[in-house]
Design a protein around this ligand. Structure first.
Ligand SMILES: Cc1cc2nc3c(=O)[nH]c(=O)nc-3n(C[C@H](O)[C@H](O)[C@H](O)COP(=O)(O)OP(=O)(O)OC[C@H]3O[C@@H](n4cnc5c(N)ncnc54)[C@H](O)[C@@H]3O)c2cc1C
Length: 275
């Protein structure tokens, strides 16, 4: 296990934004994860692809999860929670399995995907999970998919204090290559650049449409911009601070509420202090 002191967290996020943390444990194995969590505790970080971390950093320990072992059998795969989801999709298709292709471009770890019930094209990881293993109060506990309480882009595990150690994912035997091609072409409009994916959850009306109708596409604060391509993406266009992104989030919420009476709800997760 690697340990860093007072290091910048930006490198552990897809936004490439964020101040320092007192201690960062980088867990390479499941036993690293268990030790770090049991001995020191800390905020679990997967691939940091849903996080906006404060410029002031985080006053506590961070456990970066790189536990990357996985085992396939005839019905699917057992994957440790630090496994990269796109890599797992590629491995499952290579072995002649289908079912996970919708997730081929979700830059998550398995653990982060389970906690957020990540999904695309009307499918979510929760549809595929048979059971997971979590560390709860120092004990390893198995939870069925039902006990995970999967809902739209969240689960009962989020904010529960449980640390996801791994997940058993059901797969079917079948050809997946074409579904990958379709999933990639279905996301052609997704902006490139450093982001956290969709900033806001979609309600009855799509958040991107509301932000666009409010005339906010292309609005820039410092190094952050509401994507001219997809209004639910705020991009770090170079040197953005968390405060730049946060200002755009607050502006979008205020304008959409003023114009349409709709309260946008963040999907992005804040870590650290935001004033
Ligand atoms: C370009 C881009 C495209 C995206 N597209 C999609 C998409 O199509 N669909 C979608 O749903 N999301 C999408 N996302 C968002 C993001 O990838 C998902 O929300 C993903 O599930 C986050 O996983 P992560 O491993 O990065 O988690 P992180 O961002 O590191 O963490 C998210 C939350 O999960 C918690 N967590 C992480 N790991 C664990 C663990 N092992 N145990 C307990 N808690 C844990 C964290 O503490 C945090 O609260 C996109 C993001 C980007 C940057």
């Amino acid at each position: 296990m690697q340990i860093f002191y007072n290091q910048n967290l930006a490198q552990f996020t897809t936004y490439k934004i964020g101040g320092t943390a007192k201690t960062i444990f980088v867990a390479q194995t499941k036993s690293d994860l268990v030790s770090a969590h049991s001995l020191y505790g800390g905020y679990p970080l997967g691939n940091g692809s849903k996080l906006l971390i404060s410029d002031a950093g985080f006053d506590g320990n961070i456990i970066v999860n790189r536990a990357g072992a996985f085992v396939f059998d005839e019905n699917g795969v057992w994957a440790e929670s630090g496994v990269s989801l796109p890599m797992l999709v590629a491995q499952s298709v290579k072995r002649g399995f289908t079912g996970l292709e919708f997730a081929c471009q979700i830059p998550a770890t398995v653990g982060g995907a389970v906690v957020m019930n990540a999904g695309a094209f009307d499918k979510s990881i929760g549809d595929m999970v048979k059971y997971i293993e979590v560390l709860r109060d120092g004990e390893i506990v198995k939870l069925t998919a039902e006990q995970c309480g999967f809902r739209y882009r969240t689960s009962a595990i989020k904010n529960s204090g449980d640390l996801v150690l791994g997940a058993r994912i059901n797969l079917q035997v079948g050809e997946g290559k074409q579904k990958i091609t379709m999933a990639i072409s279905g996301r052609k409009n997704q902006p490139s650049g450093k982001s956290c994916g969709s900033v806001f959850k979609n309600g009855e009306q799509k958040s991107a449409m509301l932000i666009e109708k409010a005339g906010l596409k292309g609005l820039r604060v410092g190094g952050a911009i509401i994507s001219p391509q997809h209004a639910n993406f705020i991009i770090n266009d170079g040197g953005a601070t968390a405060s730049d992104v946060y200002t755009l989030i607050r502006t979008a919420k205020a304008r959409v509420y003023a114009d349409f009476g709709v309260r946008l709800q963040e999907e992005v997760i804040y870590l650290g202090e935001f004033l």
